[in-house]
Design a protein around this ligand. Structure first.
Ligand code: MG
Length: 440
Protein backbone atom coordinates (compact mmCIF):
# COMPACT_ATOMS: atom_id res chain seq x y z
CA UNK A 1 0.00 0.00 0.00
CA UNK A 2 1.32 3.39 -0.96
CA UNK A 3 1.48 6.09 1.65
CA UNK A 4 -0.30 9.26 0.78
CA UNK A 5 0.79 12.46 2.46
CA UNK A 6 -2.10 14.26 4.06
CA UNK A 7 -1.97 18.09 4.11
CA UNK A 8 -1.44 17.86 7.88
CA UNK A 9 1.65 15.61 7.51
CA UNK A 10 3.05 17.90 4.80
CA UNK A 11 2.55 20.91 7.05
CA UNK A 12 4.22 19.19 10.02
CA UNK A 13 7.07 17.98 7.79
CA UNK A 14 7.66 21.49 6.50
CA UNK A 15 7.62 22.87 10.03
CA UNK A 16 10.12 20.25 11.24
CA UNK A 17 12.43 20.78 8.29
CA UNK A 18 12.28 24.54 8.79
CA UNK A 19 13.04 24.15 12.48
CA UNK A 20 15.95 21.89 11.56
CA UNK A 21 17.19 24.41 9.01
CA UNK A 22 16.86 27.22 11.53
CA UNK A 23 18.74 25.22 14.18
CA UNK A 24 21.49 24.36 11.74
CA UNK A 25 21.85 27.96 10.65
CA UNK A 26 22.06 29.33 14.19
CA UNK A 27 25.67 29.34 15.34
CA UNK A 28 26.02 27.84 18.81
CA UNK A 29 28.01 30.11 21.07
CA UNK A 30 31.69 29.20 21.11
CA UNK A 31 32.78 27.21 24.17
CA UNK A 32 34.60 28.69 27.14
CA UNK A 33 37.98 27.20 28.05
CA UNK A 34 39.49 26.77 31.50
CA UNK A 35 42.97 25.24 31.78
CA UNK A 36 44.00 24.29 35.31
CA UNK A 37 47.75 23.72 35.07
CA UNK A 38 49.36 22.39 38.25
CA UNK A 39 53.09 22.57 38.87
CA UNK A 40 55.14 19.39 39.40
CA UNK A 41 52.07 17.22 40.01
CA UNK A 42 52.96 13.59 39.30
CA UNK A 43 51.06 11.05 37.21
CA UNK A 44 49.67 9.24 40.29
CA UNK A 45 48.90 12.29 42.44
CA UNK A 46 45.11 12.49 42.07
CA UNK A 47 42.30 10.04 42.78
CA UNK A 48 41.45 9.18 39.17
CA UNK A 49 45.09 8.11 38.71
CA UNK A 50 45.32 6.08 41.93
CA UNK A 51 46.45 8.56 44.62
CA UNK A 52 46.31 7.29 48.21
CA UNK A 53 46.53 8.99 51.60
CA UNK A 54 44.30 11.93 50.72
CA UNK A 55 41.05 12.60 48.87
CA UNK A 56 40.26 14.36 45.59
CA UNK A 57 36.45 14.13 45.42
CA UNK A 58 36.04 17.03 43.00
CA UNK A 59 38.55 15.64 40.52
CA UNK A 60 36.92 12.24 40.93
CA UNK A 61 33.58 13.86 40.05
CA UNK A 62 35.14 15.67 37.10
CA UNK A 63 36.53 12.36 35.82
CA UNK A 64 33.20 10.59 36.37
CA UNK A 65 31.43 13.30 34.39
CA UNK A 66 34.17 13.59 31.77
CA UNK A 67 37.27 11.90 30.41
CA UNK A 68 40.72 10.99 31.68
CA UNK A 69 43.65 10.81 29.27
CA UNK A 70 46.15 8.17 30.40
CA UNK A 71 48.79 8.91 27.74
CA UNK A 72 48.96 12.72 28.01
CA UNK A 73 52.29 14.56 27.68
CA UNK A 74 53.94 17.89 28.27
CA UNK A 75 56.30 19.64 25.84
CA UNK A 76 59.26 19.36 28.19
CA UNK A 77 59.66 18.14 31.76
CA UNK A 78 60.59 21.49 33.37
CA UNK A 79 58.58 24.63 34.08
CA UNK A 80 59.30 27.40 31.54
CA UNK A 81 59.68 25.22 28.43
CA UNK A 82 56.56 23.23 29.38
CA UNK A 83 54.65 26.52 29.72
CA UNK A 84 55.87 27.77 26.36
CA UNK A 85 54.52 24.54 24.79
CA UNK A 86 51.01 24.86 26.22
CA UNK A 87 50.92 28.57 25.39
CA UNK A 88 52.16 28.33 21.77
CA UNK A 89 51.27 24.79 20.66
CA UNK A 90 54.89 24.43 19.53
CA UNK A 91 57.89 22.60 20.92
CA UNK A 92 59.91 24.79 23.30
CA UNK A 93 62.95 24.68 21.03
CA UNK A 94 60.92 26.04 18.13
CA UNK A 95 60.12 29.18 20.15
CA UNK A 96 63.62 29.34 21.73
CA UNK A 97 62.57 28.62 25.30
CA UNK A 98 65.45 26.31 26.14
CA UNK A 99 65.45 26.40 29.93
CA UNK A 100 63.87 27.92 33.00
CA UNK A 101 63.79 31.69 33.37
CA UNK A 102 65.12 33.03 36.69
CA UNK A 103 64.67 36.27 38.64
CA UNK A 104 67.80 37.48 36.83
CA UNK A 105 66.52 36.72 33.32
CA UNK A 106 66.16 39.68 30.99
CA UNK A 107 64.31 37.67 28.36
CA UNK A 108 61.10 35.66 28.12
CA UNK A 109 58.72 34.18 25.56
CA UNK A 110 59.22 36.34 22.47
CA UNK A 111 56.21 38.70 22.26
CA UNK A 112 56.12 37.99 18.50
CA UNK A 113 55.06 34.41 19.20
CA UNK A 114 51.31 33.82 18.91
CA UNK A 115 49.87 32.62 22.20
CA UNK A 116 46.71 30.61 22.81
CA UNK A 117 45.17 33.77 24.31
CA UNK A 118 45.99 35.78 21.18
CA UNK A 119 44.43 33.09 18.99
CA UNK A 120 41.19 33.29 21.00
CA UNK A 121 41.28 37.10 21.08
CA UNK A 122 40.50 36.97 17.35
CA UNK A 123 37.06 35.67 18.39
CA UNK A 124 36.66 38.26 21.16
CA UNK A 125 37.28 35.93 24.09
CA UNK A 126 37.82 37.51 27.49
CA UNK A 127 41.17 36.12 28.68
CA UNK A 128 42.85 35.83 32.05
CA UNK A 129 45.94 34.26 33.59
CA UNK A 130 45.83 33.67 37.35
CA UNK A 131 48.90 32.04 38.87
CA UNK A 132 52.50 31.38 37.92
CA UNK A 133 53.59 32.72 34.53
CA UNK A 134 57.31 31.87 34.29
CA UNK A 135 57.75 33.02 30.69
CA UNK A 136 59.59 36.26 31.45
CA UNK A 137 58.93 38.96 34.03
CA UNK A 138 59.96 42.12 32.19
CA UNK A 139 56.79 44.03 31.18
CA UNK A 140 56.93 43.05 27.47
CA UNK A 141 56.94 39.34 28.36
CA UNK A 142 54.18 39.29 30.99
CA UNK A 143 50.71 37.81 30.21
CA UNK A 144 49.05 41.19 29.60
CA UNK A 145 51.56 41.72 26.77
CA UNK A 146 50.85 38.23 25.39
CA UNK A 147 47.07 38.25 24.81
CA UNK A 148 45.68 38.11 28.35
CA UNK A 149 43.30 40.84 29.54
CA UNK A 150 44.14 40.14 33.16
CA UNK A 151 47.08 38.72 35.08
CA UNK A 152 47.28 38.18 38.81
CA UNK A 153 50.10 36.12 40.21
CA UNK A 154 53.76 35.24 40.31
CA UNK A 155 56.32 36.03 37.62
CA UNK A 156 58.25 32.76 38.17
CA UNK A 157 58.50 29.81 40.56
CA UNK A 158 57.70 30.52 44.19
CA UNK A 159 60.87 28.74 45.36
CA UNK A 160 62.87 31.51 43.64
CA UNK A 161 62.41 33.34 46.88
CA UNK A 162 64.50 34.95 49.61
CA UNK A 163 62.67 32.75 52.13
CA UNK A 164 63.80 29.54 50.40
CA UNK A 165 65.34 27.31 53.10
CA UNK A 166 68.66 27.21 51.27
CA UNK A 167 68.73 30.84 50.20
CA UNK A 168 71.65 31.82 52.39
CA UNK A 169 73.84 28.88 51.46
CA UNK A 170 73.08 28.24 47.84
CA UNK A 171 70.71 30.38 45.83
CA UNK A 172 70.74 34.05 46.87
CA UNK A 173 67.24 34.64 45.47
CA UNK A 174 65.70 38.11 45.76
CA UNK A 175 62.36 38.78 47.46
CA UNK A 176 59.38 37.34 45.55
CA UNK A 177 56.95 39.89 44.06
CA UNK A 178 53.23 39.58 43.30
CA UNK A 179 51.84 41.14 40.12
CA UNK A 180 48.52 42.57 39.00
CA UNK A 181 48.92 43.14 35.27
CA UNK A 182 52.40 44.63 34.92
CA UNK A 183 52.32 46.28 38.36
CA UNK A 184 54.02 44.83 41.41
CA UNK A 185 51.30 44.99 44.06
CA UNK A 186 53.28 43.23 46.78
CA UNK A 187 57.06 43.54 46.49
CA UNK A 188 57.93 41.06 49.24
CA UNK A 189 55.68 38.05 49.71
CA UNK A 190 55.71 36.31 53.08
CA UNK A 191 54.99 32.64 53.69
CA UNK A 192 51.59 33.67 55.06
CA UNK A 193 50.85 35.59 51.85
CA UNK A 194 51.73 32.55 49.77
CA UNK A 195 49.63 30.23 51.92
CA UNK A 196 46.57 32.15 50.71
CA UNK A 197 47.40 31.83 47.00
CA UNK A 198 45.36 28.77 46.09
CA UNK A 199 42.30 30.37 47.69
CA UNK A 200 42.87 33.79 46.08
CA UNK A 201 43.58 32.36 42.61
CA UNK A 202 40.38 30.35 42.91
CA UNK A 203 38.38 33.41 43.97
CA UNK A 204 39.78 35.38 41.03
CA UNK A 205 38.78 32.57 38.67
CA UNK A 206 35.25 32.36 40.06
CA UNK A 207 34.93 36.15 39.87
CA UNK A 208 36.11 36.19 36.24
CA UNK A 209 33.57 33.49 35.33
CA UNK A 210 30.76 35.58 36.86
CA UNK A 211 31.91 38.76 35.14
CA UNK A 212 32.16 37.11 31.72
CA UNK A 213 29.33 34.60 31.85
CA UNK A 214 27.59 36.21 28.88
CA UNK A 215 30.57 36.09 26.51
CA UNK A 216 33.18 33.48 25.61
CA UNK A 217 36.15 33.36 27.98
CA UNK A 218 39.48 31.61 28.41
CA UNK A 219 41.01 31.24 31.85
CA UNK A 220 44.54 29.91 32.23
CA UNK A 221 45.04 28.94 35.88
CA UNK A 222 48.66 27.85 36.36
CA UNK A 223 48.74 27.00 40.07
CA UNK A 224 52.20 27.51 41.63
CA UNK A 225 51.64 24.25 43.57
CA UNK A 226 52.32 21.41 44.38
CA UNK A 227 55.83 22.64 43.49
CA UNK A 228 57.95 23.13 46.62
CA UNK A 229 57.79 24.92 49.03
CA UNK A 230 54.45 23.37 49.99
CA UNK A 231 52.13 26.07 51.32
CA UNK A 232 48.44 25.70 52.07
CA UNK A 233 45.60 27.57 53.74
CA UNK A 234 44.77 26.98 57.42
CA UNK A 235 41.69 24.92 56.51
CA UNK A 236 43.93 22.35 54.83
CA UNK A 237 47.10 22.33 56.93
CA UNK A 238 47.66 19.03 58.73
CA UNK A 239 44.50 17.54 57.32
CA UNK A 240 45.77 14.42 55.58
CA UNK A 241 47.70 11.36 56.69
CA UNK A 242 49.97 11.92 53.71
CA UNK A 243 51.40 15.14 55.18
CA UNK A 244 51.96 18.53 53.53
CA UNK A 245 51.85 17.15 49.99
CA UNK A 246 48.42 15.61 50.54
CA UNK A 247 47.20 18.81 52.22
CA UNK A 248 48.22 20.86 49.18
CA UNK A 249 46.54 18.45 46.74
CA UNK A 250 43.32 18.54 48.77
CA UNK A 251 43.29 22.34 48.55
CA UNK A 252 43.87 22.19 44.78
CA UNK A 253 40.99 19.71 44.59
CA UNK A 254 38.81 22.09 46.63
CA UNK A 255 39.67 24.75 44.05
CA UNK A 256 38.46 22.50 41.22
CA UNK A 257 35.18 22.03 43.10
CA UNK A 258 34.72 25.79 43.48
CA UNK A 259 35.25 26.31 39.76
CA UNK A 260 32.86 23.51 38.71
CA UNK A 261 30.25 24.82 41.17
CA UNK A 262 30.61 28.31 39.74
CA UNK A 263 30.04 26.98 36.21
CA UNK A 264 26.97 25.12 37.48
CA UNK A 265 25.65 28.29 39.16
CA UNK A 266 25.85 30.20 35.89
CA UNK A 267 24.58 27.25 33.83
CA UNK A 268 27.85 27.18 31.90
CA UNK A 269 29.02 23.58 32.41
CA UNK A 270 27.75 22.38 29.05
CA UNK A 271 29.45 25.23 27.24
CA UNK A 272 32.79 25.08 29.04
CA UNK A 273 35.70 22.76 28.37
CA UNK A 274 37.70 22.37 31.59
CA UNK A 275 41.12 20.73 31.46
CA UNK A 276 43.10 19.75 34.54
CA UNK A 277 46.73 18.70 34.10
CA UNK A 278 50.33 19.36 35.20
CA UNK A 279 53.41 21.06 33.73
CA UNK A 280 55.74 18.11 34.38
CA UNK A 281 56.17 15.07 36.60
CA UNK A 282 57.02 15.01 40.31
CA UNK A 283 60.19 16.53 41.76
CA UNK A 284 61.39 13.28 43.30
CA UNK A 285 64.47 14.89 44.84
CA UNK A 286 62.16 16.47 47.44
CA UNK A 287 61.05 13.06 48.73
CA UNK A 288 57.97 13.45 50.94
CA UNK A 289 57.43 16.99 49.59
CA UNK A 290 57.39 15.73 45.99
CA UNK A 291 54.68 13.75 44.25
CA UNK A 292 54.52 10.29 42.72
CA UNK A 293 54.76 9.14 39.13
CA UNK A 294 53.15 5.80 40.09
CA UNK A 295 54.13 3.12 37.58
CA UNK A 296 56.27 5.48 35.51
CA UNK A 297 60.05 5.71 35.57
CA UNK A 298 61.71 8.75 37.20
CA UNK A 299 60.15 12.23 37.31
CA UNK A 300 60.61 15.93 36.61
CA UNK A 301 63.59 16.97 34.53
CA UNK A 302 64.11 13.58 32.87
CA UNK A 303 63.12 12.23 29.48
CA UNK A 304 61.48 9.17 31.05
CA UNK A 305 57.68 8.89 31.17
CA UNK A 306 57.68 10.07 34.80
CA UNK A 307 58.88 13.46 33.57
CA UNK A 308 56.69 13.90 30.48
CA UNK A 309 53.50 11.90 31.11
CA UNK A 310 51.10 13.75 33.41
CA UNK A 311 47.59 13.24 34.78
CA UNK A 312 44.87 14.80 32.63
CA UNK A 313 41.15 15.09 33.34
CA UNK A 314 38.78 16.92 31.00
CA UNK A 315 35.15 17.89 31.43
CA UNK A 316 32.55 19.20 29.02
CA UNK A 317 29.18 17.63 29.86
CA UNK A 318 27.02 16.99 26.82
CA UNK A 319 30.03 16.92 24.49
CA UNK A 320 32.63 14.74 26.22
CA UNK A 321 31.13 11.34 27.04
CA UNK A 322 31.01 10.85 30.80
CA UNK A 323 33.20 8.42 32.68
CA UNK A 324 35.50 7.60 29.77
CA UNK A 325 39.18 6.71 29.88
CA UNK A 326 41.01 7.66 26.71
CA UNK A 327 44.25 5.74 26.12
CA UNK A 328 45.21 7.65 22.97
CA UNK A 329 48.31 9.84 22.91
CA UNK A 330 47.64 13.54 23.42
CA UNK A 331 49.70 16.49 24.65
CA UNK A 332 49.57 20.03 25.97
CA UNK A 333 50.84 20.98 22.50
CA UNK A 334 47.36 20.05 21.25
CA UNK A 335 45.41 22.61 23.26
CA UNK A 336 46.10 25.62 21.04
CA UNK A 337 45.05 23.97 17.75
CA UNK A 338 42.08 22.28 19.47
CA UNK A 339 40.79 25.49 21.05
CA UNK A 340 41.31 27.31 17.74
CA UNK A 341 39.21 24.70 15.94
CA UNK A 342 36.43 24.75 18.55
CA UNK A 343 36.33 28.56 18.59
CA UNK A 344 36.68 28.72 14.80
CA UNK A 345 39.67 31.00 15.27
CA UNK A 346 42.17 30.97 12.39
CA UNK A 347 45.79 29.90 12.88
CA UNK A 348 48.50 31.98 11.30
CA UNK A 349 49.87 30.21 8.20
CA UNK A 350 53.40 31.41 8.96
CA UNK A 351 53.66 29.41 12.21
CA UNK A 352 54.47 25.74 12.66
CA UNK A 353 52.15 24.23 15.27
CA UNK A 354 53.45 20.91 16.57
CA UNK A 355 50.23 19.89 18.31
CA UNK A 356 47.11 18.72 16.53
CA UNK A 357 43.38 19.25 16.89
CA UNK A 358 42.08 16.55 19.28
CA UNK A 359 38.46 17.73 19.42
CA UNK A 360 37.27 14.42 17.93
CA UNK A 361 39.10 12.54 20.71
CA UNK A 362 37.33 14.76 23.24
CA UNK A 363 33.98 13.85 21.73
CA UNK A 364 34.88 10.20 22.27
CA UNK A 365 34.92 9.41 18.56
CA UNK A 366 36.91 6.35 17.64
CA UNK A 367 39.36 7.43 15.02
CA UNK A 368 40.42 4.45 12.92
CA UNK A 369 44.20 4.40 12.63
CA UNK A 370 44.63 7.41 14.89
CA UNK A 371 48.09 8.42 13.89
CA UNK A 372 50.38 10.90 15.55
CA UNK A 373 53.49 12.44 14.16
CA UNK A 374 56.71 11.55 15.94
CA UNK A 375 56.77 12.98 19.46
CA UNK A 376 60.10 14.41 20.57
CA UNK A 377 61.30 14.31 24.16
CA UNK A 378 63.57 17.27 24.53
CA UNK A 379 65.84 17.98 27.41
CA UNK A 380 68.65 20.37 26.64
CA UNK A 381 69.10 18.08 23.61
CA UNK A 382 66.82 15.79 21.67
CA UNK A 383 66.88 12.81 24.03
CA UNK A 384 64.13 10.50 22.83
CA UNK A 385 61.49 10.03 20.18
CA UNK A 386 58.11 8.26 20.26
CA UNK A 387 56.04 6.73 17.49
CA UNK A 388 52.97 4.79 18.54
CA UNK A 389 53.95 2.35 21.26
CA UNK A 390 57.67 2.63 20.56
CA UNK A 391 59.93 5.01 22.46
CA UNK A 392 63.57 5.24 21.46
CA UNK A 393 65.99 6.91 23.88
CA UNK A 394 69.34 7.91 22.49
CA UNK A 395 72.57 7.05 24.33
CA UNK A 396 72.79 9.49 27.19
CA UNK A 397 73.33 9.97 30.91
CA UNK A 398 70.67 10.74 33.48
CA UNK A 399 70.84 11.86 37.09
CA UNK A 400 69.07 10.27 40.06
CA UNK A 401 68.98 12.31 43.27
CA UNK A 402 68.79 11.04 46.78
CA UNK A 403 65.34 11.82 48.22
CA UNK A 404 65.17 14.62 50.77
CA UNK A 405 62.49 15.14 53.39
CA UNK A 406 60.68 17.91 55.25
CA UNK A 407 60.96 20.31 52.32
CA UNK A 408 64.70 19.96 51.74
CA UNK A 409 66.12 18.40 48.57
CA UNK A 410 68.29 15.31 48.61
CA UNK A 411 71.96 16.25 48.62
CA UNK A 412 73.66 13.41 46.77
CA UNK A 413 73.25 12.22 43.22
CA UNK A 414 74.35 9.43 40.98
CA UNK A 415 74.74 9.73 37.24
CA UNK A 416 73.76 6.72 35.16
CA UNK A 417 74.74 6.02 31.57
CA UNK A 418 71.92 4.83 29.33
CA UNK A 419 72.68 2.97 26.10
CA UNK A 420 70.46 3.28 23.04
CA UNK A 421 67.16 1.99 24.45
CA UNK A 422 63.88 0.97 22.88
CA UNK A 423 60.80 0.53 25.04
CA UNK A 424 57.36 -0.83 24.14
CA UNK A 425 55.11 1.49 26.15
CA UNK A 426 52.02 -0.64 25.51
CA UNK A 427 53.49 -3.52 27.52
CA UNK A 428 56.17 -1.71 29.52
CA UNK A 429 55.02 1.77 30.56
CA UNK A 430 57.68 1.73 33.30
CA UNK A 431 60.50 1.59 30.71
CA UNK A 432 62.14 -1.37 32.44
CA UNK A 433 63.08 -3.62 29.52
CA UNK A 434 65.28 -2.44 26.68
CA UNK A 435 64.24 -4.33 23.55
CA UNK A 436 66.50 -2.49 21.11
CA UNK A 437 68.45 -5.65 20.29
CA UNK A 438 65.25 -7.47 19.32
CA UNK A 439 64.13 -4.69 16.98
CA UNK A 440 67.24 -3.44 15.21
MG1 MG B 1 56.97 22.39 37.08
Amino acid sequence: MKHRLTPFVVLVSLLISNVALFAAATPSSPPNFIVIFCDDMGYADIGPFGAEGYQTPHLNRMAAEGMTFTDFHVGRAVCSPSRSAIITGSYPKRVSVNGNFSPKSKTGLNPDEITIAEVLKQQDYATACFGKWHLGHEPEFLPTSQGFDEFYGLPYSHDMWNLHPENGTRYNFPVLPLYEGTTVINPALTAEDQSAHTRILTERTVQFIAQNKDQPFFIYLPHPLPHVPLLMGPDFEGKTEHGAYGDVIEELDWSVGQILDSLDTHDLRENTLVIFTSDNGPWLRYGDHGGSAGPLREGKGTYFEGGFRVPCVVSWPGTIPSGTVNPEFAATLDLLPTFAALAEAPLSPDRIIDGQDISSLLRGEKIPDYERAFFYYQGPNLNAVRKGKWKLIFPSRYTVWEKGNGGLPGANRTVHPLPLSLFNLDTDVGETTNVADQHP
